[in-house]
Design a protein around this ligand. Structure first.
Ligand code: NAD
Length: 331
């Protein structure tokens, strides 16, 4: 199911460097052909995403700074090269899936970056969650080299990435959306065009701010109920048939023993790391400041997840907020 929801929304313009939604270089890429696709960033998410491109018959040319990730992809049938510039030399459609803004800046504009060897008309799709203003800067820089940059961050964790069930939120020139969609549908169940470059990131940041607030609310609610003598499973059942129900309560409950197959059932291993959530809330905070939007709960959530990172929860799933609250109250 591919939905175009809106192309009117755009971010406010602190740097006045928008592309007005127009690509100067109408692509000479051969559409819908199975020419090689470049993939950079083969971590928790990137690796299963690149494997889904292979499954759909696209040759993949990839790289990562971790040799182990590259080896795994090579075994799966991808061609591994040394640097992002080498990927750009061989592919005219490239997807990046990197931790954060500095990694994206490095991979695109560094000494061995994509833009050192990018071919004219290349489609660059960044699926990392980064600062939307960095996405816009990358788009302007890519455009100077004759390439097209789109942001396409994802919702859905490692499981959704493996099952090709991700939701992509896409920002960039509308005339290039079909070309992006061709690849993204191999990796996701929903591909949503959000508007000009940076708007995919805007949608992602909003979603994750609400997710963080909902998770903290669920964790403190469950903790209070348990303190009041309620059985956690029963309390979750009541919430999930009442108005307090949310994704954090019915799909990703943070209390160990309430659900199977979620990080809380596995000592908060795997899933979506607290560091990554703190990073995304940092983007919510900075964009809220630049757009003068009050986000009292989003700001508080940012501080809570940052404190968790400094207290040993950095690499645990973000639902470990429940464990963090339990430990806090014992002091
Ligand atoms: P990850 O840390 O597992 O993977 C990132 C990969 O990028 C690593 O393999 C790393 O070696 C590689 N990398 C970093 N710098 C590089 C460079 N200069 N050149 C080549 N490779 C480089 O992260 P992830 O969990 O796969 O997340 C990727 C992005 O997706 C993040 O922005 C994250 O916020 C977002 N995201 C993650 C999830 C999730 O559940 N993990 C869900 C939705 C969105």
């Amino acid at each position: 199911q591919n939905i175009i929801i809106s192309h009117k929304f755009c971010l406010p313009e602190p740097q006045n460097n928008f592309m007005n939604g127009k690509s100067l270089y109408l692509s000479s890429r051969t559409m819908a052909s199975k020419t090689p696709v470049g993939f950079i960033g083969l971590g928790n998410m990137g690796s299963p995403m690149a494997k889904n491109l292979l499954k759909n018959g696209y040759p993949v040319i990839c790289t990562d700074v971790f040799p182990e990730s590259c080896n795994e992809m090579q075994v799966s049938g991808a061609q591994v090269v040394d640097t992002p510039a080498d990927v750009a030399e061989k592919a005219d459609r490239i997807i990046t899936m990197l931790p954060s803004s500095p990694n994206v800046i490095d991979v695109y504009t560094g000494n061995n970056g994509i833009l050192k060897k990018v071919k004219k008309g290349t489609l660059l799709i960044d699926s990392s969650t980064i600062d939307p203003y960095v996405s816009k800067e990358m788009a302007v820089t890519a455009e100077k080299m004759g390439a097209v940059f789109m942001d396409a961050p994802v919702s859905g964790g490692v499981g959704a990435a493996s099952l090709a069930k991700l939701t992509f939120m896409v920002g960039g020139p509308e005339e290039e959306y079909t070309a992006a969609q061709e690849l993204l549908t191999c990796m996701g169940a929903n591909v949503v065009y959000c508007g000009l470059v940076g708007t995919g990131q805007a949608a992602k940041i909003c979603n994750n701010m609400l997710l963080a607030i909902g998770m903290i609310g669920t964790a403190e609610t469950m903790n209070l109920g348990i303190r009041l003598g309620l059985d956690p499973k029963l309390l979750a059942q009541v919430l999930n048939m009442s108005s307090g129900r949310c994704w954090s309560s019915d799909t990703y409950n943070p209390v160990p023993g309430v659900m199977e197959g979620v990080p809380s059932a596995n000592n908060y291993q795997g899933g979506f790391g607290t560091t990554l959530m703190a990073k995304d809330l940092g983007f919510a905070q900075s964009t809220a400041t630049s757009t003068r939007s009050p986000i009292p709960l989003g700001s508080m959530a940012h501080q809570i997840f940052r404190v968790m990172c400094s207290r040993g929860y950095a690499n645990k799933d973000f639902s470990s907020i429940f464990q963090f609250l339990r430990e806090e109250e014992g002091q």
